[in-house]
Design a binder for this molecule. Structure first.
Ligand code: F0G
Length: 438
């Protein structure tokens, strides 16, 4: 067990090089002395806080603060009222896939438009409590947007390292707007991580990448919200995108802790889906059951998960194994089609989030998901983060002909290009008639 102030700047153990994890001595799984709380009192308290207007209670992260016990003083909480995100039923996709109880937990409905806010409120609050002036991260875009916003709220400075030309404009614009020192490095995400790990050794900046274990604590809370929404029944299967692999690790930790505390009585399977061009975890599990991981050079248009050397891979392997989940990979065309299908439900997500639906289809084909199971897809980012991708898809400019092979009819049905017309009611009516007949 190690105290906050003793942690190294890069959050890695000096002896083994592995990442830390927050454990709660009185109740974490595997701890000798277990003082189990009253589960129904906790469930009642968490729900009751929804009617309070105190800042910490209005946050969908901090209302679960009994599961996030590491700040010395709650006055140091930095919050943008994150969490409490919607859980939508996906009716059309349910019909198409045959999974009747299919839901999307939309983490893109957080204050900066991605799931990163839930972990940023916790880790940045720790930085604030420790008295740091500067926080920093390497990012494919969403972490930097979240970090910059929370740092601004706390009156702190933020340093963002992003791969040049490889993040979506929506995300870059957020970091600029929230006042970050934004540096675009001529490398990829993994290169940015390498540079930053040296910077934190040489300057007093607090690292907010997901190697920071307090990030994962906040990212546990969507699991609590899901369980609460289902009256403390966990879903049968949760499907999550995999990039740096912190999110799957955090959600797995949450479900394990909830079960250990008696708040819930079983675990969902947790499956992780990667893009084919950024699939180091998929390969690791296929080739050696997750014993070792060989980094890859990552390529995918789902830029949020363009990551070849994921930091939290060991934690994610453990979660997949402990919950009986799977790891799958999906193609660029499968991702784009899945995103359009989710869009047809009136729900906008970014490409990296859509890997969940593409992965679900594969798992169904392989007989790994049954039609009577309750399945939740975790949508990690909002569609407006990367509208260039969406427009290119609908214009037919996104995918190359050879990528579409085998999915052309499905893709053509979902494409909706904008039609240019003269300012004439006749022409508009003609288009309306054509669309009605479709
Ligand atoms: N989905 C989105 C929208 C993301 O931004 C990320 C990661 C992931 C999925 C993957 O989650 O890394 O926990 O496996 N984005 C990071 C960033 C790396 O810098 O914003 P993960």
């Amino acid at each position: 067990m190690i105290e906050q102030r003793e942690l190294k700047e890069n959050f890695r153990c000096v002896e083994c090089g592995d990442l830390y994890e927050v454990v709660y001595p009185s109740w974490s799984a595997g701890m000798a002395q277990i003082r189990k709380p009253n589960a129904s009192a906790l469930r009642w308290l968490w729900k009751e806080r929804c009617s309070s207007s105190a800042e910490a209670d209005e946050s969908g992260v901090w209302r679960f603060r009994e599961m996030l016990h590491f700040l010395r003083d709650n006055a140091n909480i930095v919050s943008l009222r994150e969490g409490n995100t919607p859980l939508y039923q996906l009716r059309k996709v349910a019909e198409a896939t045959g999974i009747e109880q299919l839901y999307a937990k939309h983490q893109g409905m957080n204050p900066t438009g991605s799931f990163k806010d839930t972990g940023m409120t916790t880790a940045l609050s720790v930085a604030h409590e420790l008295g740091f002036d500067w926080v920093a991260c390497a990012s494919t875009g969403n972490t930097s947007a979240a970090m910059a916003a929370y740092a601004a709220r706390a009156g702190m400075r933020s340093l963002v390292l992003i791969p040049e030309g490889k993040i979506a404009w929506g995300k870059l614009s957020q970091a600029m707007d929230y006042g970050a020192l934004t540096l675009q490095l001529r490398t990829d995400f993994d290169g940015c991580v390498r540079v930053l790990s040296e910077v934190v050794k040489r300057a007093p900046v607090y690292l907010l990448n997901s190697v920071n274990p307090y990030r994962l604590e906040g990212q546990k809370t969507p699991a609590l919200e899901m369980a609460e929404a289902f009256e403390w029944e966990v879903p049968d299967h949760l499907i999550v995108p995999g990039g740096n692999l912190a999110n799957s690790s955090a959600l797995g930790k949450a479900f394990l802790e909830m079960k250990h505390l008696g708040v819930t009585d079983r675990l969902p399977r947790i499956s992780v889906i990667q893009a084919e061009g950024a699939n180091p975890l998929y390969r690791s599990i296929l080739e050696n059951e997750g014993e070792t991981l060989q980094p890859v050079e990552a390529h995918t248009r789902a830029s949020a998960i363009r990551i070849g050397s994921p930091a939290s891979w060991k934690k994610a392997v453990r979660v997949i194994q402990q919950t009986g989940g799977y790891c799958e990979q999906v193609s660029e065309a499968e991702i784009a089609l899945a995103k359009a299908e989710i869009g047809e439900e009136g729900i906008g997500c970014e490409p990296a989030s859509a890997v969940t639906l593409a992965g679900l289809k594969k798992l169904i084909q392989q007989g790994k998901v049954r039609s009577d199971e309750r399945v939740v897809l975790l949508l990690t980012g909002h569609t407006l983060k990367d509208s260039d991708y969406t427009i290119a898809y609908h214009r037919g400019d996104l995918l190359k002909a050879e990528e579409i092979d085998g999915l052309r009819p499905e893709i053509e049905i979902t494409r909706r290009n904008a039609v240019e017309l003269d300012a004439s009611a006749d022409q508009v009516l003609k288009e309306l008639e054509r669309a009605t007949g479709r």
